[in-house]
Every structure is written in structure tokens, then in C-alpha cells.
Design a protein around this ligand. Sequence first.
Ligand code: SF4
Length: 288
Amino acid sequence: MSTIEISTVDLYFTGFCNYKCEYCYGENDINPHMTKETYLQCLDFAQQINATTIEFCGGEPLLNPLFEEAVRLAKARGFQLILRTNGIYLGKHLDLIAENFEWIGISLDGLVEANARMRPAKNKISKEDQFHLPIANMKALKEKNPNIKILLATVASAVNYSDIPAFAQYVEEHQLPINKWKIYQFIKDKFRSEIYEDKYALPMVLFEEMKNQFPSTLLKKTEVQFQSSNVEGVSGNCLIVFHNGQIQIMKKIYGQIGVNTNEEIIDNLKNSPVLTYIQKNKNVTYQK
Ligand code: SF4
């Protein structure tokens, strides 16, 4: 066994997405789906670093045709599973997800109009469906498995921050079955988030103003975490394995699964000063 312990391995399971959010730092069509070969090597690596959890992210991980098989392969090895999704395609895999996942992170950035403004779709889908489908799917998941935990994820930017308090009213009034709501102040990271930084950057004073408009009754009942962009290690504070096996933490590359041996990668990771961030980040996000 290795001497490092990282509880969660984030898999960049695909670069593809059905959305084209301008603030995105994950979607990139030049990064294809992770292959089965790389995926199996990732599971070996995760076991070697004593990880207990695999988190599927992207892009939209449900677009990788390997998804169902990948879930079964990971569960057969005893991993807990987390999914980050825009929620549109959850209905296609409802039973599988309800039975096998601990946490589902579903992204919505406001009510119908604000959400559609922040999250333009590539294919034909109405603004109403963009908003209501993820909500219907989260309710269906909770009905199938009341123990599954739902994280509502919202990006607050200059484009939608003033709409978020109305969304908070909705979340409260409709009693969305969420265990936690995490609101991320926009950060510039990779891909389009760099190109559109000027349009989306949200000054701290406006982020605070938005926070202060949250209904106190909602805050008493639901755990809402506001993640400001000035938190130490906020950008990429997880161990992410890219579709090609490359391992990154906070933009630093530690090796490539399938190219370097797991021992070489672990040796590189051992001395990384950021290991404490990533552990802390996962604990804060997914503890309930
Ligand atoms: S932010 Fe999420 S939903 Fe939007 S394009 Fe990126 S991966 Fe897709």
C-alpha cells in the first residue's frame, strides 16, 4: 500500500457536454470520452492511493457511453460514487444512479430565464425544460432512494447574481429535496472561463450583497455554502484525472496514468503541498 491517502479521485470522464456555458472550465470538445482502458487504470490507481470515492465529472459525464459499465465496475471494487451533472439526462439512468451513488451534484444557476442565460444548450431544449427537468430528476432520485444526497450547485457571476435570491425563494417555497446548496463565486480557470472572464467576474461586494438577500428561514433549514473566489486553493482543489490519464491538482501535472507507473505518480504526489487542500475541500463539500 502507498503511504498517501486521498479520499476522492475526480475523473474527467468526458470533455463533451450538451451545454456550452461561457463560464465553463470543464467542457471542451477536443477532450473526448475517457476510454475503458484508461478508466480501469484509474480504478487501479485509486485503490493504490487508498481512495474510497470516485467522482464522475466533465463535461457531462452521462454522455460517455461507458457510464453504466463504469458504475458497475467501480461498485464491484467497493468504491463510493459521486456524480456531477447538469441533470438533464439523469432520467435515463435513474435506477442505476439511485442504487449506486452517495451524492449527486446538480447544477442550476437561477430560475428559468437566469439559468438559460448562464447555461445555453447546444441542442434543442426549452428554457423551461432546462430548469424543470433537473428538478424533476432530483425529486425522482430522492423518491427512489431517500438516502441519496443531493448537492445543488450554482455559479454566481455578474450575469446572474441579482437573480439568485429569487431562486432561493423558489428553493424554499418548493422545498427542493436538497441536502446542501453550494454557491460558487465565478473563478477564471481553464477553457472558456478564461475567455469570458470580464463578462462573468463578480466583485466580492456583489457576492456578499447576494448572500445577504438569502431568506433566513431557508438558511436555518438548509445548509448553504457560499464559496468565494478568494479561498485558498479554490481553483482545482481536487485530484483530477483527465480523460487521457493525466493527473492534475491545481493546474500542476503529477504524471499520467498508463504512461507513468502508479509508484512514480505517487512519489510525485507525496511531496505536494496541496494534498491538505484537496482533502479539506472534499470534506467540506460532501459532509452532511
Ligand atoms: S459548466 Fe457544466 S453544464 Fe456548462 S458547459 Fe461546462 S460542463 Fe457543461
